[in-house]
Design a protein around this ligand. Structure first.
Ligand SMILES: Cc1cc2nc3c(=O)[nH]c(=O)nc-3n(C[C@H](O)[C@H](O)[C@H](O)COP(=O)(O)OP(=O)(O)OC[C@H]3O[C@@H](n4cnc5c(N)ncnc54)[C@H](O)[C@@H]3O)c2cc1C
Length: 391
């Protein structure tokens, strides 16, 4: 029987958590945090919206989705089978080599299932706590990062113990993020810069494809479960057939020196926007959920939030920054070996506790050798736990 002063007996009240933005990153964060805390999402749009078409999520993101009860059938996932054909079956080869599958989605499906995980009744999901509330039509226009106050465009101010900023996609807001600037004032080189390429984004009906190409390519065969992003042989003609083709100028943000300030943390593209060359922007947005789970579990007090965010930043930022840099390097490279090296780094993610150990070992090992590194890693994991229980 634990002693009466054991941390396990400490009674703490749930944190009030405000998440700005209902992108994949904000929704996953809400799902991770809702069992222990009261979570509210403030979304500027008047309803749930996710534009665009296909998106792929690497094994490093799928393993996290699997851990929170993500329903692949509801999300209508697609993948390749061993023969290279499109299927809804699981592909075990990726699981064996990388620990989880590599899956493709329609963007709205990848939005709707995390929205369900964030907001469904707790009994439906088999979790504790209360569902996340989503306030649509609630645009945030400012954050007091120390006080945890979010100012909304409609005039009210909400107060939270923790503010999570998941701002909109760069291309839609002219690249600037006033919210990010509130979190990181006076940070040089944090403004996105052109990455040197553009993407044409459009969808076509089968009739439009036929009109543009004179035939329907095999990949659009209706007997197949779906069509994964297809590069058609005459893209300009195809784009001309689309009703509203959009040109997306690819930008990149240099790795930021911090994701946090006071009670406020940046996640998703707000923290680590990157070009889509390796299909990691959304996958990294999903990865942000894991350190939130580790840092903000049971027994977290409001007073411990700034210290916990410092731990979040220390363990999360190195990996996300490295993937940002790899993305830029991958663009011009054609060597299969190099591409495989980056892909392996992205996809073989041993989990956030491994990051905690690596960080402590690299810091202590630099001054005290390997033994000191192992000891420091154990200390670091223990310290994280102590902060969690409010000591
Ligand atoms: C062409 C293209 C292809 C891509 N392909 C892939 C791929 O295959 N795989 C992959 O992993 N990634 C891919 N990405 C990257 C991926 O789409 C993004 O990294 C991901 O969608 C970012 O999610 P997020 O949750 O951070 O932000 P967002 O999806 O941008 O969500 C932010 C939310 O915040 C809301 N918001 C913004 N400002 C406010 C405010 N002031 N107040 C309240 N709410 C606000 C927005 O309305 C939005 O709902 C691709 C990107 C592009 C452009």
């Amino acid at each position: 029987m634990p002693p009466t002063n054991s941390p396990n007996n400490l009674k703490t009240t749930p944190l009030n958590i405000a998440i700005i933005g209902s992108g994949i990153s904000g929704l996953l964060a809400a799902r991770i945090l809702r069992p222990q805390h009261n979570v509210t999402i403030y979304e500027r749009h008047s309803h749930a919206v996710e534009t665009g078409a296909a998106i792929n999520i690497g094994p490093n993101g799928i393993v996290i989705l699997d851990s929170v009860g993500f329903d692949r059938r509801r999300a209508r996932t697609l993948t390749y089978n061993k023969a290279g054909a499109i299927t809804t079956d699981t592909v075990i080869d990726y699981e064996r080599e990388f620990g989880a599958d590599w899956l493709f989605f329609h963007r709205s499906d990848l939005h709707n299932e995390p929205l369900r995980l964030a907001t469904a009744p707790s009994a439906e999901l088999g979790v504790e706590g209360v569902p996340t509330k989503v306030r649509f039509g609630a645009k945030a226009v400012g954050v007091d990062v120390e006080a945890g106050e979010v100012r909304l465009a409609r005039g009210d101010v909400v107060r939270a113990d923790l503010v999570v900023v998941n701002r909109q996609r760069a291309a839609a807001d002219g690249i600037k993020s006033t919210l990010r600037e509130s979190v990181l004032p006076c940070t040089p080189n944090s403004t996105p810069i052109p990455a040197g390429s553009s993407v044409f984004r459009f969808t076509l009906t089968r009739a439009q494809v036929h009109a543009a190409l004179g035939h329907i390519p095999d990949k659009l065969d209706r007997t197949q479960p779906g069509c994964i992003t297809t590069v058609l042989p005459s893209t300009p003609r195809s784009a001309g057939a689309a009703h509203s083709p959009r040109v997306w100028n690819v930008h990149r943000t240099p790795p930021l020196p911090s994701y946090i300030n006071g009670r406020t943390v940046l996640i998703g593209d707000a923290a680590h926007a990157m070009p889509p060359h390796q299909g990691q922007g959304g996958t990294q947005a999903i990865e942000d959920a894991e350190p939130l789970r580790v840092c903000f579990g049971d027994h977290v007090t409001s007073g411990a939030v700034p210290a916990l965010l410092r731990d979040f930043d220390r363990v999360r930022r190195p990996r996300a920054s490295k993937i940002q840099v790899n993305n830029v390097q991958a663009k011009g490279r054609r060597s299969a070996a190099e591409i495989h090296r980056f892909l392996r780094f992205n996809w073989t993610f041993a989990g956030i506790w491994e990051e905690v150990r690596n960080l402590e070992m690299s810091q202590a090992g630099a001054v005290g050798g390997a033994a000191a590194g192992v000891e420091a890693a154990q200390r670091g994991v223990y310290r994280l736990w102590l902060i969690q229980v409010g000591w």
